[in-house]
Write a protein that binds this ligand. Structure first.
Ligand SMILES: Cc1cc2nc3c(=O)[nH]c(=O)nc-3n(C[C@H](O)[C@H](O)[C@H](O)COP(=O)(O)OP(=O)(O)OC[C@H]3O[C@@H](n4cnc5c(N)ncnc54)[C@H](O)[C@@H]3O)c2cc1C
Length: 380
């Protein structure tokens, strides 16, 4: 086991994660390479009356770590038992590794939009996957967790809040490919697409998981030319049925600027949302709602559309389907859509970002708020 203290070579590098907007200053960083290391770190923290924080990829950081930070990024083991369709992963595994290992056996995990996200942190928040309307929350597929409790004991449990998780076992699903990708629409079509997507989702089959993102693409060379500098409506599709082209025909008819929809192996599922993999500073919040009346769509365009005071990526996900039957502390069964806002924190500063998001969220009649999609700030 390696440890780092403030000022020591490697301390900052060990703490660096995907979210760069939170500056942790732990007294001790434990770079764990085994469950025993995790247990020792927890016992050390207890003996010195220090709080324990855990970090895998740093996608979900909400507060600075101050006491003992257990870094799990070296715990990357992934094993698949194809006979029972179960994956066993260590605490630092990311979805990309599980997707690749499961695919060798014709199986897939309930992974989300970005393959770089950590399995354990994701599952602790419920886990909203690309197959979620068909198979429900990732957390509902957990078989067992190995966890170090506050007294430093390692135990096998089904309670995901039992302590620091060192390994997770969960069920996989028999999926090898899907019909998926995105339709990207130019700025003048944004309002029309928002309404059309909402109407299209009204009778969607459970085999379809979809979201709509409004994205203010920066005018930078790393953004592909047709999208660069434009406020784009991006329809994301992950469909398990055979009639994909028929299903999406009403949206295609609206004339996308870019169309990436096709059959694809599940190993390429990260291309559906095509989220940027580069670390940055961001703040995000969300609400869950039972319906999307025109007034809500108008408010979305007004507060986070083109011309908004703070550039914001707005994502609306369709819930329902298997989510309506999920064990969900964060939303009621009648919840049908999430509304998520995410902004890069730059010159505008965090207060301006929060104020801009609140203009959209405060007037909404919400049926939930998903802790998974609260970024860079505490869930209050
Ligand atoms: C680009 C992006 C895409 C995303 N896409 C999705 C998506 O499609 N679906 C979805 O549901 N969520 C999604 N999320 C949210 C994501 O699931 C959460 O941010 C999650 O907390 C990230 O976990 P992590 O391990 O990668 O991050 P980390 O920041 O390393 O961990 C987040 C938190 O999880 C806890 N934690 C991590 N490991 C352990 C452990 N071993 N034991 C105990 N606690 C632990 C800690 O409290 C830690 O602060 C996305 C986030 C981003 C930034």
């Amino acid at each position: 086991m390696q440890t780092f203290t403030p000022g020591q070579d490697g301390y900052r590098e060990e703490i660096a994660g995907f979210q760069t907007g939170i500056e942790s200053t732990p007294k001790l960083v434990v770079a764990a390479t085994s469950a025993d290391d995790v247990a020792e770190a927890v016992r050390h923290a207890a003996a010195h009356d220090l709080p324990v924080a855990v970090q895998a990829t740093g996608h979900g950081l909400r507060a600075p770590a101050e006491g003992v930070l257990i870094s799990t990024k070296r715990l990357t083991g992934v094993e698949i038992d194809p006979a029972v369709g179960v994956a066993r992963v260590e605490a630092g595994a990311t979805w990309g590794a599980v997707i690749a290992a499961a695919a060798e056996h014709g199986l897939a995990p309930l992974s989300g939009s970005a393959p770089g996200v950590g399995v354990v942190g994701y599952t602790l928040g419920g886990g909203f996957s690309l197959l979620g309307r068909r198979y429900g929350l990732a957390a509902d597929h957990v078989v067992s967790a190995d966890a170090v409790t506050t007294d430093g004991t390692l135990e096998r449990t089904t309670d995901l809040d039992a302590g620091v998780i060192t390994a997770l076992e969960f069920g996989l699903v028999p999926v090898t490919g899907l019909y998926g990708g995105g339709l990207y629409f130019d700025t003048p079509k944004l309002t029309e697409v928002l309404h059309a997507w909402r109407d299209w989702t009204a009778d969607a089959p459970d085999t379809l998981t979809t979201s709509l993102a409004l994205i203010p693409y920066p005018d930078l060379p790393m953004v592909p030319e047709p999208l660069r500098g434009k406020h784009i409506a991006h329809v994301r599709v992950a469909y398990l049925g055979a009639d994909g082209p028929d299903l999406v025909a009403p949206l295609r008819a609206l004339g996308p600027l870019v169309d990436t929809l096709d059959r694809l192996p599940f190993t390429e599922s990260g291309s559906i949302a095509a989220e940027p993999p580069h670390p940055h500073a961001y703040l995000g919040d969300n609400r869950v709602v039972a319906q999307l009346p025109d007034a809500t769509l108008d408010a979305i365009v007004e507060h986070v559309g083109p011309g908004a005071s703070v550039p914001t990526v707005l994502i609306v996900d369709l819930l329902g389907g298997a989510y309506a039957r999920a064990t969900a502390p964060d939303f009621t069964p009648d919840s049908l859509y999430t509304i998520r806002a995410l902004s890069v924190v730059d010159e505008a500063g965090p207060d301006a970002v929060r104020a801009a998001h609140d203009k959209l969220f405060v007037p909404l009649t919400a049926t939930g708020r998903l802790r998974s999609f609260v970024y860079g700030q505490p869930v209050t």
